[in-house]
Ligand binder design. Structure first.
Ligand code: AMP
Length: 556
């Protein structure tokens, strides 16, 4: 660690090894040459076990299939599906074809999907027919009625993974078969020359404004970030990573897929979505050596009634990230799950995502009570309200600069300029303290985002939605500590005429994602305000905490 300013909260990572300028397609080709027979992707719920050679062939076929459809370099392709093998193949094939993958949260509902597709003007959407209670097929049919005849505005292609095919949609399997047939005839089929600075991925985050924005990430951003994440946990070709986090988020597709690809490790998808017992079973059956999760997933696994009957002795390392990580949970992960080399990461989508991470060999205190040290080739500082760097040990807003900072929000240069300043610093909106050793602790958020079970929720988005209800005049949404999920959504509502909690929930059901629907609702006559008229959500939070007897956990 090279600490430029030992008294100020400004740290720079080492600059070795050098950054790579490979594209993701090239990284996959390398993996297939170096580890052709090593397990690459295992998906027990689809009975899939592919080596790097198998995966490379699948990706080649889909790459050609997508290009043959008429998709061109730089076109956006959405994906709306839970964790399945096709997700990984689509991720890698779009990258190899020079397309930009727009990842859509599987828990989204129609309005959110429509917005993501239109903001990024997707030309194609790859989708599963259903997930849990959500009938994706029905939703797509309603969003693009009579698609075969009328198309879907900018959307030219619907690519369906399974289920009865919608009129006008293309079957994923047909694309693969077509691609394979073309390659067999002309094995030298090549896609356009790509550059590592090309955009490869758009992920939606809503920021404090409640308007979704697409963080645009390049090959260079995410491949390098994955390589350094993998190095920190010592991931190597003999490792087997159990991945229960969703692929649509960078925790899955960067720290999972790409970290494995760059080291020859096997990626094992434990299920379509997180389920504690399936994770336990997968670790035992597949002899997994590493496990990722947001804190609430680790809590659910540790507290599952069948926890003690599973053999977890194969586990060595892993990552807990995405939300404040309780020290107590980290200790239990090390002691009870035997993940003696587990690390914590801190980051955000806009920074590829990881900026700080503890190493597998760091002392226990660093690994349980801080988010570790700055990553290589990245710089971070903590500033006060006047923009001045604070002394070590003082809190302020965390800023990050380096190769990892996104290219910008898709088609939203003004919003990009609000978070990336002219010197290239990304203003994270997180409050941090950097200590004398250069380790960071995340102590709060200046943005009022809620993190429920690892899902980021932007209060303004829910507030704007609830205000559409004719009987609601004002709303304030905020997070409340919750033992199981980390935080839960709470709404204080002023009404025009009498309504009850059921009416509010019914209004949300099927229109916004289930995790955004307020768990606690209070009807009030006034909100606590500052003298300047700002709603004091911390005051509401304190009152609700007292009423419900909730306590904050100590975290990293
Ligand atoms: P996302 O863009 O979905 O990756 O969410 C990023 C946000 O998650 C950050 O800005 C933080 O507020 C929060 N976050 C991520 N990792 C951590 C961590 N280890 N500790 C505390 N908060 C975290």
């Amino acid at each position: 660690m090279d600490i430029n300013q030992p008294t100020l909260s400004h740290v720079k990572g080492i600059i070795e090894p050098p950054l790579t300028d490979m594209t993701i397609g090239e990284a996959l080709s390398n993996a297939a040459i170096r580890w052709p027979d090593r397990a690459a992707l295992v998906v027990p719920h689809q009975a899939i076990r592919w080596t790097y050679n198998d995966l490379n062939l699948q990706v080649d076929a889909l790459t050609v299939g997508l290009l043959e459809l008429g998709l061109k370099r730089g076109d956006r392709v959405g994906i709306w599906s839970p964790n399945r093998a096709e997700w990984v193949v689509t991720q890698l094939a779009t990258a190899r074809a020079g397309l930009i993958l727009v990842t859509i949260n599987p828990a989204y509902h129609s309005a959110e999907v429509a917005l993501a597709l239109s903001l990024s003007t997707c030309r194609a959407l790859v989708f599963a027919s259903q997930f849990k209670r959500s009938d994706y097929l029905g939703i797509i049919d309603k969003l693009f009625p009579d698609f075969a005849r009328r198309g879907g505005k900018d959307l030219d292609f619907l690519i369906q993974l399974d289920g009865p095919t919608l009129p006008g949609a293309v079957k994923y399997q047909d694309l693969l078969d077509n691609g394979r047939a073309i390659i067999n005839k002309s094995p030298k089929y090549v896609a356009a020359e790509l550059s590592s600075s090309d955009a490869v991925n758009i992920q939606f985050t809503s920021g404090t404004t409640g308007t979704p924005k697409g963080a645009t990430l390049t090959h260079r951003n995410i491949l390098n970030n994955a390589i350094f994440v993998a190095r920190h946990i010592g991931l190597a070709e003999q490792d087997r990573l159990c991945l229960p986090v969703p692929l649509y988020h960078c925790f899955g597709m960067v720290m999972g897929t790409l970290a494995c690809l760059s080291t020859g490790a096997a990626l094992i998808l434990s299920g379509e979505s997180f389920e504690a017992q399936t994770v336990l079973k997968t670790i035992e059956n597949e002899r997994c050596t590493a496990l990722y999760g947001v804190p609430t997933m680790f809590v659910a696994v540790l507290e599952h009634p069948t926890f003690s009957i599973f053999d977890l002795t194969s586990l060595r390392t892993g990552i807990m990230a995405g939300a404040p990580c309780p020290v107590e949970v980290m200790n239990r992960v090390i002691a009870d799950m035997r993940m003696r080399e587990v690390t914590i990461c801190y980051g955000m989508t806009e920074t590829s995502p990881v900026s700080f991470q503890s190493t597998a060999d760091a002392d226990i205190e660093t690994r349980t009570s801080t988010v570790g040290f700055i990553h290589p080739h990245i710089e971070a500082k903590v500033i006060d309200q006047n923009g001045l760097t604070v002394p070590r040990g003082h809190s302020g807003e965390l800023l990050v600069r380096g190769y990892s900072v996104m290219a910008g929000y898709w088609g939203a240069s003004a919003q990009t300029a609000e978070v990336i300043d002219p010197d290239g610093w990304m203003h994270t909106g997180d409050l941090a303290i950097i200590d004398a050793k250069g380790r960071a602790r995340i102590v709060g958020r200046s943005k009022d985002m809620i993190i429920r079970g690892g899902e980021n929720i932007y209060p303004a988005e829910i507030e704007n939605y609830l205000l559409r209800h004719p009987d609601i005049s004002e709303v304030a949404v905020f997070g409340l500590p919750d033992e199981r999920l980390g935080e839960e959504v709470c709404a204080w509502i002023k009404t025009r005429s009498l309504i009850d909690e059921d009416a509010v929930r019914k209004f949300c059901d099927g229109h916004i994602a289930h995790f955004k629907i307020p768990r606690h609702i209070r009807f009030v006559d006034f909100f606590p305000m500052t003298v300047t008229g700002k709603i004091q959500k911390f005051e509401m939070r304190a009152r609700m905490r007292d009423e419900l007897g909730r306590i904050e956990q100590s975290t990293t």
